[in-house]
Design a protein around this ligand. Structure first.
Ligand code: KIV
Ligand code: ZN
Length: 384
C-alpha cells in the first residue's frame, strides 16, 4: 500500500497542555443525537412510533437534552417534531434540540416547527474545514464567517420575537462543522463572532459544539484542539463547550474522555454509538466508564437489556456481542482460569461483604446494569 497518499493530522503547538494530568470528576451535560445523527444514518429511518419509543427511553435514561431532528429537512421530520410538541410528549425538564443549516429559509421553517414547545435549543451549523472550503464551498474564511454570523443574526431576531409572544425558552448552539479539520485560529474566530452576534453572556451561555465530524487523529490530538480552543476563546465564560465525536478511527470514546479533561462540559452522542459511517460516540460506554470510577454519571442503565431491545427495534441495528457493558458476551468467561478467579472474587465478596467491588475480570458488577455473570463451559477448550 502507498504510504504517502493521505494528509496526516497536524499536531497543535501546545507544549504546556494541562489535560494529561487531570481526571474526570463530574458528568458532562448529556445530549442525545439518536433521533437525528443516529436516525439519518439508518438504512430505514425510524418511523413515528419508533421515534416516540426511542424518545421515551432516552427520557427514562435521564437525558435532558435531546436532538429530535432536522425539521426543515423534510416533511416527515417536521411532522414528528409537531407530534412530540402537540402530543405533550416532552417533559418540562427536557429540552428538545433541532438542527438547521445556517441558511435563511431553513432557519425560518425551523422556527415554525418549534412553536408551542417549552424549552428548545436551536442548533445551527456550517462547515468550516480547510478541505470543505476548498472542495465544497469554494469560499475563503471571511465568506464562511459571514454564513455563520448572518445565521446567528436571524436566529437571534426570530427567537426574540417568539420569546416575546409566547412562553418558549430558547437557547442556541453553534457547530463549526468539521471543526477538527479547521485551522484552530479560524475555529476560534468564527465561534467568537457567533457568540457576539447572539449576545452570549455568562448568564445566557451559548453552546459551542466542536465536532470531530470525521475522526482524523489520535484522541490526544482532539484534546489538544479542545484545550487550545478553550484557552483562546475570548468569551470562554459565555460558552458551554460541547463535544460531538465520530468514531472513524474507533477512538470516539477516548477522544470524548480526553476532550472532557481538556475543558469540555457537554457531550453529544448516541446509544451504542449508532451514527454516520462508524457512528457517533457511544453514550452508554462513556457514562458507565465514569460510573466505574465513582463519578455519578447521572444516567440510569439499571436495565440495559431493555434499552438494547428498544434500540434494536427502533434502528434495526444489532448491538454487537462484545459491545462494552451491553453486549451478550461481556459478562461471560470462557477461560477456566478466568472462571476460577471470578468465582474466588465472588466468594470473597460474599464472605467479606466489602463496600467496593473486587472481582477480577469483571470491571463492573453485572447486576448494576441488570445482567448476570455467566461462565461458559466448553467441551473442547483450546486455551486457559
Ligand atoms: O458530525 C457533525 O459535525 C454533525 C454536525 C451537524 C454537528 O453532526
Ligand atoms: Zn455528527
Amino acid at each position: 500500500m502507498k504510504t504517502n497518499k493521505y494528509i496526516p493530522f497536524e499536531p497543535i503547538d501546545i507544549p504546556d497542555r494541562t489535560w494529561p494530568s487531570k481526571t474526570i470528576k463530574e458528568a458532562p451535560v448529556w445530549c442525545s443525537v439518536d433521533l437525528r445523527d443516529g436516525n439519518q444514518a439508518l438504512i430505514d429511518p425510524m418511523n413515528l412510533e419508533q421515534k416516540l419509543e426511542m424518545f421515551k427511553t432516552l427520557v427514562d435514561i435521564g437525558i435532558k437534552e435531546i436532538e429530535v431532528g432536522f425539521p426543515s429537512a423534510s416533511e416527515t421530520e417536521y411532522e414528528i417534531l409537531r407530534t412530540l410538541i402537540d402530543g405533550n410528549y416532552i417533559p418540562d425538564d427536557v429540552t428538545i434540540q433541532v438542527l438547521v443549516q445556517s441558511r435563511e429559509h431553513l432557519i425560518k421553517k425551523t422556527f415554525e416547527a418549534v412553536k408551542g414547545a417549552k424549552n428548545v435549543i436551536i442548533h445551527f451549523y456550517n462547515s468550516t474545514s480547510t478541505l470543505q472550503r476548498k472542495v465544497v464551498f469554494k469560499k475563503d474564511m471571511p465568506g464562511i464567517i459571514d454564513i455563520a454570523v448572518n445565521g446567528a443574526r436571524l436566529i437571534k431576531k426570530l427567537s426574540d420575537e417568539l420569546m416575546e409572544t409566547s412562553d418558549i425558552n430558547i437557547r442556541y448552539e453553534y457547530s463549526p462543522e468539521s471543526f477538527t479539520g479547521t485551522e484552530m485560529d479560524n475555529a476560534v474566530e468564527i465561534c467568537q463572532r457567533v457568540l457576539e452576534e447572539l449576545g452570549a453572556t455568562p448568564e445566557n451561555k451559548v453552546i459551542l459544539n466542536l465536532p470531530s465530524t470525521v475522526e482524523g487523529s489520535t484522541p490526544n490530538g482532539y484534546a489538544d484542539q479542545i484545550e487550545y480552543f478553550c484557552r483562546h476563546l475570548k468569551d470562554r465564560d459565555s460558552a458551554v463547550i460541547s463535544l460531538h465525536p465520530h468514531n472513524d478511527r474507533g477512538t470516539a470514546v477516548a477522544a470524548a474522555e480526553l476532550g472532557l479533561l481538556a475543558g469540555a462540559e457537554r457531550i453529544e452522542g448516541t446509544l451504542f454509538g449508532n451514527g454516520e459511517r462508524t457512528g457517533n460516540v457511544d453514550i452508554v460506554t462513556l457514562a458507565l466508564n465514569m460510573y466505574t470510577q465513582n463519578v455519578d454519571c447521572k444516567l440510569d442503565f439499571h436495565d440495559i437489556n431493555h434499552i438494547k431491545e428498544v434500540y434494536e427495534d427502533a434502528t434495526n441495528m444489532k448491538v454487537g456481542p462484545r459491545q462494552p457493558y451491553a453486549g451478550e458476551l461481556v459478562f461471560t468467561a470462557f477461560s477456566g482460569s478466568h472462571q476460577d478467579a471470578i468465582n474466588k472474587g465472588k466468594a470473597f465478596m460474599r464472605e467479606n461483604n466489602p463496600d467496593k467491588w473486587e472481582v477480577p475480570y469483571l470491571p463492573i458488577d453485572p447486576a448494576d446494569v441488570g445482567r448476570d455473570y455467566e461462565p461458559i463451559i466448553r467441551i473442547n477448550s483450546q486455551s486457559g
